[in-house]
Design a protein. Structure first.
Length: 672
């Protein structure tokens, strides 16, 4: 981010983010179309089974079943069975809702298995070579970048320099020696023959431009190179010879506590700590990447003197721009050719904005699905009560009862509900995913402005969390906005169907709906924001730590720092898991309160209703169908987007240098 802001490239990078988001949206929709079709099949059979239960019970009450009934149904039994049918098939509906998560998890597991299978076996360890030679070595990256062919001959002990322009591939040559860069052709030779890259890592002391610092004391970090027996005096002497005496004096000496970000160490101090760790490791080969960079002249002179002394009994290989250090080297390997490589997208064209019609179509489908759900149970209840009364009235009443129309309506409602739910999900996700392109571009512009104003942390992991999890929460908010419209429609339809039972029943349903809404919002407002804030911050901290700890991969591979890094990340992961569990418990409590209020609402309606049995059954089952999505509004409130991991958790306005792209008007923007 500092480089992007300093180069004035915010707008171009924002366009690239928007384009990448649209590409992800296209790929995601291809997957969701299949996943939602599978979900729709499961939901269709669940809804059809409810419809079949209603038709069976109705025909049993009419005595028109074409086969002997195994039991004698009364209206009470039939109504009870129909009321329980949606709950009986709730597991299938939940399976449908979780099916996409299952597919995502399986795809992730397959990707992990593929990645683990593709890892080459570690070559057998060989003794430390006293000489390193390269013959026609070519390093080739998957993006087409090719470095070489290169040749060198580095006898040890001695100091040898790798030179070249910035970006020419000096670091890649050092990485190839430890097996961290792909060797396309050529050979690395030792005194006794060919060597496999990374086969002699146990003999290598590494100091790169990015230094891995597992949380702990400075003493512990210096000892991680493989020198746990190094005395404090030896550490002090080496650090002072590298120009770090002042740092030790102003802090707590070797007891200085460090985290993976360096705990206030400058870039040059961090680099010299990594160099000291490599030297204290006692390994006979030192691979040093820009050891004098980021240093003042006095510190650089001290480092050069230490390296010249080390070269008397070790093989020291440095990649450097420092002419004075190159002058001390016995040999020089010039890296000056890089072919191919990746290209920046320099397009000045912004991706097209997300159209508004998918969101409107998703809302229409949500309304239709809500009406179909209410109609399915409502008509089924009316059919049961009417069939029971007709059955009691004798053959003439049964003959006069029009059972074909309600039975056909029940099946039609089941089919309409399934098709509408499929359209609601597919179109709602399409609208949300494509709107993310505008949102991410706008968010990037705001973060860049915050960086210019000095009130935004610039840790890469935190930025990744904002562009990932935070914006994904906004995607969820847009989808829930569609679901909220469906729930409101269902509630209004249930109220309309309750009108024939008198104002007391209508008032009972209205009060129940209002109580559920108010209780859900109150509980969500009081209990959840702090928990959501904790979860967002824990997630951002874990993502940031992982991104920063995984950066110096060579230190981790050469020195075996993976256990220390994993232990540090485990603490962050445990904190995130605890925050997630606390949030889940609070959401479960809110759901329980909503279920209790829904049960009390139905009981009050049954006690206060005045009217014939068919209308009472219609109203009660319609209210039951409406209360389910209405209770879901509390879950929607509980998962409202939390921008807790935005810069400093602050929404302070910053001075705008340019007019950033605005998100779509149909998009629920994060509050400022």
């Amino acid at each position: 981010m500092p480089l992007i802001v300093a180069s004035g490239a915010e707008e171009r990078v924002g366009r690239q983010l928007a384009g990448a988001t649209q590409d992800v949206a296209h790929r995601t929709m291809a997957v969701l179309a299949v996943a939602f079709a599978s979900n729709a099949i499961l939901e269709f059979f669940a809804a059809l089974c409810v419809a079949l239960v209603a038709v069976y019970c109705g025909f049993a009450l009419l005595g028109l079943l074409p086969f002997p009934a195994p039991e004698h149904l009364t209206l009470a039994r039939a109504f009870y069975t129909l009321a329980l049918a949606p709950e009986f098939y709730l597991g299938m509906r939940r399976l449908a809702a979780a099916y996409h998560d299952k597919q995502t998890g399986e795809a992730a597991l397959e990707a992990l298995d593929t990645a683990m299978t593709a890892l080459p076996d570690a070559p057998p360890t060989v003794p430390a070579p006293t000489r390193l030679r390269g013959q026609d070595v070519v390093i080739a990256y998957p993006d087409g970048t090719r470095i070489g062919p290169l040749a060198w001959d580095w006898p040890g002990p001695g100091l040898h320099a790798v030179t070249g322009a910035t970006g020419s591939g000096k670091s890649s040559l050092l990485l190839a020696l430890v097996g961290q860069a792909p060797l396309a052709q050529g050979q690395i030779l030792g005194a006794s023959g060919a060597l496999q890259p990374s086969a002699f890592n146990a003999a290598v002391g590494w100091a790169g431009q990015a230094v891995a610092l597992p949380p702990g004391s400075l003493r512990r970090n210096l000892a991680l190179g493989g020198a746990p027996t190094a005395s404090d005096a030896a550490m002090h002497t080496l650090l002072e010879s590298l120009g770090l005496g002042t740092m030790l004096a102003r802090r707590e000496g070797l007891d200085t506590t460090l985290d993976h970000r360096g705990s206030g160490l400058s870039g040059g101090e961090r680099r010299r700590v990594g160099l000291a760790r490599a030297i204290l490791s006692g390994r006979p080969i030192l691979l040093l990447d820009e050891p004098t960079a980021d240093l003042d002249s006095a510190s650089a002179t001290a480092v050069r003197a230490v390296l010249a002394t080390l070269a008397r009994d070790r093989l020291v290989i440095v990649a450097t721009h420092d002419a004075d250090l190159v002058a001390l080297a016995q040999t020089r390997c010039a890296v000056d050719a890089v072919e191919g490589g990746w290209r920046h997208d320099r397009s000045t064209r912004r991706p097209a904005r997300a159209p508004a019609w998918p969101l409107r179509a998703a809302m229409a489908c949500a309304v239709l699905a809500a009406l179909a759900a209410v109609g399915l149970l409502g008509v089924a209840g009316w059919f049961l009560a009417g069939a029971a009364l007709a059955g009691l009235g004798g053959p003439l009443a049964v003959t006069a009862f029009n059972y074909l129309l309600p039975s056909a309506g029940i099946r039609a409602a089941a089919i309409t509900r399934t098709a509408s739910r499929y359209g609601e999900r597919l179109l709602g996700h399409r609208a949300a995913l494509f709107a993310l392109a505008d949102v991410r571009a706008s968010l990037f512009a705001r973060i860049a402005q915050a960086a210019l104003a000095g009130n935004a942390p610039l840790r890469w992991g935190a930025l990744a969390a904002r562009f990932g999890r935070d914006v994904d929460l906004l995607e969820d908010a847009a989808i829930r906005r569609v679901a909220r419209l469906g729930a409101i429609t269902a509630g209004l339809a249930a109220l309309a169907l309750t009108l024939p039972l008198g104002w007391a029943a209508v008032l009972a349903l209205a009060v129940g709906l209002g109580a559920m809404r108010l209780a859900g919002r109150a509980l969500a407002t009081q209990r959840l924001p702090a928990l959501q804030q904790d979860l967002a911050q824990a997630h951002a901290a874990l993502a940031a730590d992982y991104a920063e700890m995984a950066g110096p991969a060579v230190d981790i591979a050469v020195y075996g720092l993976a256990p220390a890094m994993t232990a540090a990340l485990a603490e962050r992961a445990a904190a995130q898991a605890a925050a997630q569990a606390a949030l889940a418990r609070a959401e479960a409590a809110i759901t329980a309160v909503q279920a209790l209020l829904a049960a009390l609402t139905l009981a009050a309606m049954a006690l206060l209703a005045q009217g014939p049995a068919p209308l009472l059954a219609l109203a009660l089952l319609a209210a039951m169908a409406a209360l389910e999505p209405w209770a879901g509004l509390a879950a929607h409130d509980s998962r409202a987007p939390t921008c807790a991991s935005l810069p400093n958790g602050s929404r302070r306005p910053v001075k705008r240098r340019r007019n950033p792209p605005r998100p779509s008007r149909s998009w629920p923007a994060c509050p400022r």
